[in-house]
Design a binder for this molecule. Structure first.
Ligand code: NDP
Length: 340
C-alpha cells in the first residue's frame, strides 16, 4: 500500500465522535474515504450512512472486515466492544485506529497489541491530545530544558458531560463508563507524552456527586508519581460546567502554563515563565484529529509511527486502571503496563 493509493476505511461504531470529528479527519487525507459503517443496529448504521454520505451500512463486523474495499478500520464503539472488534479486524489484515480506552482490562489491551503485531497490521490509539499544538510545544519546551528539572505537573480536566452524552458513560460500568476511563486516561497519555516518562504509582479519591450511577464515578482527583520523582496532580469531572481546563508543568528553573488545552478543539495558550521572563509561546494550531489520522495513515504505509501507538494505549490504560484501584481501595497502587 502506498500513501497515494485510494484507501478505504470502515467505521465500526455509529458514534458521536465518528460523526463530529473522525469522518472529517479521514476525508481530510488525500485519497482516503470512509466506504462502510458498521453498527450493532442496521437501522442506526443506515441512518449514519445516509446522514454522512457513506456508501455501505452493515450490522455485521465479519461483513465489514471481509469487504476488500476496507483497508483500515476506525473503532469508536462503547469500550467493552473494542477488544473483539480489534481482534476480528486484525485477523482480517486491516489496519486499526481504535478509540481510548483501548479495553477494559490490561490483559485484553495487551492481547490486542500482540494480535496486531502477529497480523502485521498497524494499531493506533486515538489519544488526540498528543496532536494538539499546545501539548507538542510543552513537550518541546520540557525537552529543551526551559523549566529545568520537572518537579510537578497539574492537569485541570473537569468539564460538564453534555446531555446527549449522558448515556453509557454514567450508568454502564460494563461498557467502561466513568470519568477515569473516559477522561483521566487522556490525562495520563498527555502527561506521558509531554514528560516523556512513565508514572510508577498513584493515589486517588473519586466522587459520585450527581450524574454517575451504578457505582461509577463522575469526579476524581489523583496524584501520580513519575520515574525520576515528578508528581502530577489530576482533576477530572463530568459535573463542572465552568471550571475551565489547563495543564501546568513546574520545574526547578521555570513553569509552563497551558490554558484551555484539554479539549477536542485546536485552541489554547501556552505561557512560559522562567529567569528569562514571562511570555506567551507561539503555537500553530491545527485540527487534532486530522493530525492523528495523518500520522496513522503514514504509519500504515510504513512511514513512521502513529501519534499514539497500541502500546501507548496499553500504558495509558494501565494508569487509568491503577487510578480506579487506588480510589476503590484507598491504597497507593503500582502501575505496571509491561507486555510480558
Ligand atoms: P456514543 O455514545 O456517541 O456512541 C457509542 C456507541 O453507542 C455507538 O457506537 C453506537 O453503537 C451506540 N449508540 C449511538 N447512538 C445510539 C442510540 N441513539 N441508541 C443506542 N445506541 C447508540 O459514544 P462516543 O462517540 O461519545 O464515544 C465512542 C468511543 O469513542 C468511546 O470509546 C469513547 O471513549 C471514545 N471517545 C474518544 C474521544 C477522543 O477524543 N479520543 C472523544 C469521545 C469519545 P453501535 O456501534 O452499535 O452503533
Amino acid at each position: 500500500m502506498s500513501a497515494t493509493n485510494a484507501i478505504g476505511w470502515g467505521f465500526i461504531g455509529a458514534s458521536t465522535i465518528a460523526a463530529q470529528h473522525m469522518l472529517g479527519a479521514v476525508r481530510a487525507q488525500r485519497g482516503h474515504e470512509v466506504v462502510a459503517v458498521c453498527s450493532g443496529s442496521l437501522e442506526r448504521a443506515r441512518a449514519f450512512a445516509e446522514a454522512h454520505g457513506v456508501a455501505r451500512a452493515v450490522d455485521s463486523l465479519e461483513a465489514l472486515v471481509a469487504d476488500p474495499a476496507v483497508h483500515a478500520v476506525y473503532i469508536s464503539s462503547t469500550n467493552e466492544k473494542h477488544l473483539q472488534q480489534v481482534l476480528t479486524a486484525a485477523a482480517a489484515g486491516k489496519h486499526i485506529l481504535c478509540e481510548k480506552p483501548l479495553a477494559l482490562r490490561l490483559g485484553e489491551a495487551r492481547s490486542m497489541v500482540r494480535a496486531c503485531e502477529e497480523a502485521g497490521v498497524t494499531l493506533a490509539t486515538n489519544h488526540h491530545l498528543r496532536n494538539a499544538a499546545t501539548h507538542r510545544k510543552m513537550r518541546e519546551l520540557v525537552r529543551a530544558g526551559a523549566v529545568g528539572r520537572v518537579l510537578f505537573a497539574r492537569v485541570f480536566h473537569a468539564v460538564y458531560l453534555p446531555a446527549h452524552l449522558q448515556t453509557w458513560r454514567i450508568d454502564r460500568p460494563e461498557a467502561g463508563g466513568g470519568v477515569i476511563l473516559d477522561i483521566a486516561v487522556h490525562d495520563a497519555d498527555t502527561l506521558r507524552f509531554i514528560l516523556d516518562a512513565e508514572p510508577v504509582d498513584v493515589v486517588g479519591m473519586s466522587q459520585s456527586a450527581s450524574m454517575a450511577r451504578e457505582g461509577l464515578q463522575d469526579g476524581v482527583m489523583a496524584v501520580l508519581r513519575f520515574e525520576g520523582g515528578a508528581l502530577a496532580q489530576l482533576h477530572d469531572a463530568f459535573t463542572t460546567p465552568h471550571a475551565g481546563t489547563g495543564l501546568e508543568i513546574h520545574g526547578d528553573a521555570g513553569s509552563i502554563f497551558g490554558r484551555d488545552v484539554m479539549t477536542q478543539r485546536a485552541i489554547g495558550e501556552v505561557r512560559l515563565r522562567n529567569a528569562q521572563g514571562d511570555h506567551v509561546v507561539a503555537v500553530e494550531h491545527a485540527d487534532l484529529y486530522e493530525r492523528g489520522v495523518a500520522a496513522f495513515c503514514a504509519a500504515m504505509c510504513g512511514e513512521g509511527e502513529p501519534a499514539a501507538t497500541g502500546m501507548d494505549g496499553v500504558r495509558s490504560l494501565a494508569v487509568a486502571l491503577a487510578i480506579e484501584e487506588a480510589c476503590r481501595t484507598g491504597a497507593r497502587v503500582r502501575i505496571d503496563a509491561a507486555l510480558a
